[in-house]
Design a protein around this ligand. Sequence first.
Ligand code: ATR
Length: 289
Amino acid sequence: MNAGMSGKARLCGVIGDPIEHTMSPAIHNAAFAQMGLDYIYVPFRVKEEELDKAIDGMRALNIRGLNVTIPHKVAIIPLLDELDPLAEKIGAVNTITNDGGVLKGTNTDASGFLHALLERGIEPEEKKVVMLGAGGASRAVSFSLVERGAHLVILNRRLERAEELAGRLSTTLNKEVKARELVADNLAQVLGGADILVNTTSVGMNPNINETPVPSGLLKPGLVVVDIVYNPIRTRLLREAEAVGAKTVDGVDMFVWQGVLAFEIWTGAKAPVELMRVEVVRQLKSHEK
Ligand code: ATR
């Protein structure tokens, strides 16, 4: 790891529970080393009931930045000193920055997701987008889509969660968002006229790599299929989408971009995006073995 670390080294990290599978330390430490920055990034397992103590610790130890992951993204909000308008509207924080003792919360998942689409030439503005899932990750993804001007319908197994998220988006962004139950009939209906399909459910994630949230017969060549699951990189959904000639975007890109944006906030330096991407893929491949 960062062999050149000095007494002036700045500390960053990620808090979550569980945390042992996080790839954030790998991408940030590789980026710090590449840029010759005197920083180090550490994973911390923080239990829900100890979140407030962890934040006290961030202050006491003068930790420069923390990423926040499951299950803390919403519960962290009242513990911070400031929230930027984006995080406030989304209602979730994934990045904290300690500016001279003032803890500021933001959300780089939303812009990370949008960056991942735009860098592949996919523009969601005025497009018909179907999003599957209404859990933790769905908040930031749906916000970035609706804010960008997409026409969104959310499908979720538990309809009430889809309705709640759609209601929240309609209120904060003043645009109509539809909610439906995630069942085959509804999928067939909404996918008929859709431009972009985004999976934010955990269906297909390792170890359930033979599962898919969408029957392959509903996929079509003109559709863009985005999966925010990144382990495995090519989910069954993406493999079947590719097989019918649909354009696909995998979850690695969103993961990399949320990290890039956090890195740039903390260090003020431009992040080595390609290196971080290579590092994620390398980690995932080594886990597969
Ligand atoms: P959270 O994101 O809040 O931590 P999660 O367990 O990660 O929750 O689940 C994320 C999403 O995957 C949710 O939309 C969940 O649907 P429900 O809200 O109905 O629970 C969805 N999901 C998980 N397993 C699923 C399955 N087998 N079929 C359909 N959707 C599923």
